[in-house]
Design a binder for this molecule. Structure first.
Ligand code: SF4
Ligand code: FES
Length: 250
């Protein structure tokens, strides 16, 4: 199957999304709500591209590339004037929502925006409501965070009522996946704090490395169908033990 991307004809695979093709071709566009580990939802709209076909006789439309599957003969522009102007407006709005988010500042600058033209949100944080954290937490199998309302604002938070098997396990998957660094967490040598909860940390008795929180290790052992004992030592310690066994065999 072939499409034309920014004037160049390229081979694509049926079923793949335009954003994967764009990235494979080394073209950079912002795609902040996209994460390879979870299904796309099209929340940020920043990955928009302009598509057309010869038979559309000059008519074109904007689509979110993370959600749009390739089609034979499609003509795609990632940086047309319409795309750039629309993307710039979206970034301008995001900058008003999250003025301190470095990734937004960077992309806004690339589209010529140093300062937002919209009123800056009161109590602005760095959350662009992309839902990556919520989707990742669900994929981990916990459902511990969700979008909730704070006055007229929507925010991501820990819901007030959660089942025991939904509670946060302090695994940090959400914080590591967040594109804007909006999720605050901290760790000292013995504890980890995230979403207002403090967990003790379990360490490898051989190497002293932090293994995670006990709740996280319980959950991952259960999910992977592995013995919990496997998670009481670090990978380094496991490798070391295996190497020692081989030395004995030889
Ligand atoms: S906290 Fe981060 S990952 Fe979660 S919705 Fe906000 S920006 Fe997205
Ligand atoms: S990455 Fe496509 S809408 Fe956000």
């Amino acid at each position: 199957m072939k499409i034309t991307l920014n004037g160049k004809q390229i081979e694509v695979n049926p079923g793949e999304y335009l954003l994967s093709v764009i990235r494979r071709e080394g073209i950079e566009i912002p795609a902040l709500c996209h994460h390879d580990a979870v299904e796309p939802v099209g929340a940020c709209r920043l990955c928009i591209v302009e598509i057309t076909r010869p038979e559309w006789e000059g008519w074109s439309r904007l689509v979110t590339s993370c959600l749009y599957p390739v089609e034979e003969g499609l003509i795609v522009e990632t940086h047309s004037k319409l795309v750039s102007d629309t993307r710039a407006t979206l970034l301008d709005m995001q900058l008003a929502r999250c003025p301190d988010a470095e990734i937004i500042q960077k992309w806004a600058k690339e589209y010529g925006i140093e300062k937002t033209s919209f009123p800056v949100r009161e109590d602005a944080d760095k959350c662009i409501l992309c839902d990556i954290c919520v989707r990742i937490c669900n994929a981990v199998g916990r459902y511990a965070i969700a979008r909730t309302s704070r006055g007229i604002e929507k925010v991501v938070a820990v819901p007030l009522e959660l089942g025991e098997d939904q509670a946060c396990i302090g695994c940090l998957s959400c914080a590591h996946a967040c594109p804007t660094g909006a999720i605050e967490w901290k760790e000292d040598s013995n504890t980890r704090t995230i979403w207002g909860l403090t967990f003790t940390l379990e360490k490898c008795p051989v190497t002293g490395e932090v293994l995670g929180t006990p709740q996280q290790l319980d959950h991952f052992a259960k999910k992977a169908g592995l013995s919990r004992d496997y998670f009481t030592k670090s990978d380094k310690a496991h490798k070391h033990e295996t190497a020692k066994k081989f030395v004995k065999i030889i």
